[in-house]
Structure formats: structure tokens, C-alpha cells
Design a protein around this ligand. Structure first.
Ligand code: ADP
Ligand code: MG
Length: 334
């Protein structure tokens, strides 16, 4: 049985339809990312799962229970938002244990759990500080610890890393993944950062304008995007349409799949090989990104070639080069 099943969920904000019939299932223990541009409905969908919004139509199931209209507290999910949303007047320790109430939590148990959580997030040494005395990364760790304190069935994260600076974001991203693996908890995380989604998710749900474009593992979305939107949102992709290739359907090709060689007669005689003009290039670190102009003098392509290859072949600007794009690397786009 699926852990979470979302069935034809529609959400309107007055006349504006934010979600157009979303269906999706999630298995226990999965790390799912909702990925898409700003305004595509990621937060709306997450909030419906959290119980912070109700849909106009459709339902949300958790195992065999219909939770569509259940209060957030009864769902037993943990939530972390982009802004840290800690209680400013409570210490780290008290923020973390805030939700541990009721008869199963006596003082002793709460202290024990707090110690455990603070060790887990590496903040035991600052348990008595207040949020204003913490860095952004530390605050977000506290928010995370607070969200998992009660052993939630599901952890919902809305852009939890995007307010942090690049270096902290990367560290915390790794910590998040380690934590998820360690706890085996099911996670749904909203992000607009494709790199973050690729690094974290078991499966990515690519969204656009209130609809799901494609769901798949990072690898499958990268290698076989269904359409142009997914191809261009997950990594970068050349799109070309040639009457003699793929019956004239648009083809997506990753930059690193374009093979660049000197335009000798032998090379040009090979299949799926075209002559193009090398218009410029940029060093991207470990590789060069070549900008190429096709013979129609209009279509631009990019090719990523290893640094050493570029050096060895002494490619020069405005020269003609041969590119080979083998059919194995084509993504036929709908
Ligand atoms: P995302 O999280 O992907 O950036 P949201 O789910 O926040 O997108 O929003 C989806 C769309 O719904 C956006 O166009 C947004 O402007 C609109 N929207 C979100 N919340 C409200 C609201 N409370 N009232 C009206 N429109 C809203
Ligand atoms: Mg959002």
C-alpha cells in the first residue's frame, strides 16, 4: 500500500486555479522533491498534504485513511518552512521540545529526547541560546530538530535551505540526507533548485503551472525527460529539429553528449555528423562550453568538452568543426 496517495487534487484561490488535478503516490521512506519554478503550486500542494489548506476537489490518503480534511495536528507530520519560524523567546532546548506535551512526555523524557535531538543536529553546546544568537544554518537545524521531535510519520520541508548562503546550504543539504537515511523517515521537500532536488531526492516531481510534468528518479528525468520543459528545467539541453533526424521531431541533446571534432573529410562522412561554426567558448572549470552555430545560421547549440580535449585540438574561434550527435543520446520530445 502507498504511504501517501494524492488523488486528483484541485485547489483554487478565488478565480485562480493553483492546482489542476494533481495525482501522486509516495512510498514509505522515500525522499520526494517537488521541483518547479516559483508560483507553480509547490507550496500549495505541500500545504494541502500538511492540512494547512483544503482542496476544492480530490483527496489525500495516508495509508488507508482519508486525511483530506484532518487537522494538521492529527496527521502527525513534521513541518519546516523556509523562514526558521522559531519561537524567539524560547531557548534552543525549549524550541526543540516545544511539541512534546501530553501524558507520554514527563520532564525526564523530554530532557532525554532533547539531549538526543541536540546531539543529532550537533547543537548540544548551545542548547541554552536564543534564536537571535544563532546563525541561519543553526536556526534551521533547530527547526528541523523541532519538526522531528515527536517522531512524525512524514516530514514536510518548504524550501528549508533557500534562505541560507551557498556554503551553509550545501553542508545542511548533506546533513539532511544523512539524517533522513538514519531515521528512515519519509520526506517531501519543496525546492526550486534543480541541483538540490537532484542531490537529495529518490524521486522528483517536476511541476509547472499547477500541473505535474513528470515524476521520476533524478537519473531518469535527466536521461529521458518527457518534454522540453523537463529537459530544460533539469540540467541544460540543446533542442534541435532536423527533417532527416527522428522524422523531424524535436530532439533534446545534453551538452556533454555533443561530440566535437575537427572537420576532416573522414569525420564529416560519418552518420549523424554535421558541420557547424564554433562561435565562442567559456571555460567552466573542468570543461569548456562551446557555442556553436548550425549551417542554417540561426540554430545555436552548446557542447561541453573536457578541458584537455579543447587544449589538444587547438580549436579556434569562427572555425568550422564537426559535431556528432548519436541517436542513443537523443531525447525525443513531445
Ligand atoms: P510555489 O510554492 O510553487 O512558488 P505557490 O503554491 O505558493 O507556488 O503558489 C501557486 C500560485 O497560487 C501562485 O500563482 C500564487 O500567486 C498563488 N497563490 C498562492 N497562495 C495564494 C493565496 N493565499 N491567495 C491567492 N493566490 C495564491
Ligand atoms: Mg513556495
Amino acid at each position: 500500500m502507498n504511504f501517501i496517495s494524492i488523488d486528483h487534487v484541485i485547489k483554487d484561490y478565488e478565480e485562480y486555479r493553483a492546482l489542476h488535478g494533481i495525482s501522486l503516490s509516495i512510498e514509505r521512506g522515500e525522499f520526494i522533491c517537488f521541483l518547479g519554478p516559483s508560483g507553480c503550486g509547490k507550496t500549495t500542494l505541500l500545504n494541502i498534504i500538511a492540512g494547512l489548506h483544503f482542496p476544492e476537489e480530490g483527496k489525500v490518503m495516508c495509508l488507508d485513511e482519508d486525511i483530506t480534511y484532518l487537522t494538521p495536528a492529527k496527521r502527525k507530520f513534521g513541518i519546516v518552512f523556509q523562514s526558521y519560524a522559531l519561537f524567539p523567546n524560547l531557548t534552543v532546548n525549549d524550541n526543540v521540545t516545544y511539541g512534546l506535551r501530553g501524558k507520554e512526555w514527563n520532564k525526564e523524557k523530554r530532557t532525554e529526547r532533547a539531549d538526543e535531538l541536540l546531539t543529532l543536529i550537533g547543537l548540544s553546546h548551545i542548547a541554552h541560546r536564543y534564536p537571535s544568537e544563532l546563525s541561519g544554518g543553526q536556526q534551521q537545524r533547530v527547526a528541523l530538530a523541532r519538526a522531528i521531535a515527536n517522531n512524525p510519520r512524514l516530514l514536510l520541508l518548504d524550501e528549508p535551505l533557500s534562505a541560507l548562503d551557498a556554503k551553509v546550504r550545501l553542508t545542511l543539504r548533506n546533513e539532511l540526507k544523512t539524517l533522513q537515511r538514519k531515521l528512515g523517515i519519509t520526506v517531501i521537500m519543496v525546492t526550486h533548485d534543480q541541483e538540490e532536488a537532484m542531490a537529495l531526492a529518490d524521486r522528483i516531481v517536476v511541476m509547472n503551472e499547477g500541473r505535474i510534468e513528470q515524476i521520476g528518479t533524478p537519473e531518469s528525468l535527466y536521461l529521458t525527460p518527457k518534454n522540453r520543459f523537463v529537459g530544460e528545467f533539469i540540467g541544460s539541453m540543446n533542442i534541435l529539429t532536423l527533417p532527416q533526424w527522428a522524422q523531424g521531431k524535436p530532439i533534446g541533446v545534453r551538452y556533454e553528449q555533443v561530440q566535437v571534432r575537427l572537420a576532416t573529410e573522414d569525420v564529416l562522412a560519418q552518420p549523424y555528423t554535421l558541420v557547424v561554426r564554433l562561435t565562442s567558448w567559456n571555460l567552466m572549470g573542468a570543461f569548456y562550453r562551446l557555442e556553436l552555430l548550425m549551417s542554417d545560421q540561426y540554430t545555436q547549440l552548446y557542447a561541453d568538452v573536457p578541458y584537455q580535449y579543447f587544449q589538444d585540438n587547438k580549436l579556434s574561434e569562427h572555425s568550422l568543426v564537426a559535431i556528432t550527435i548519436s541517436p542513443e543520446s537523443w531525447c525525443i520530445l513531445s
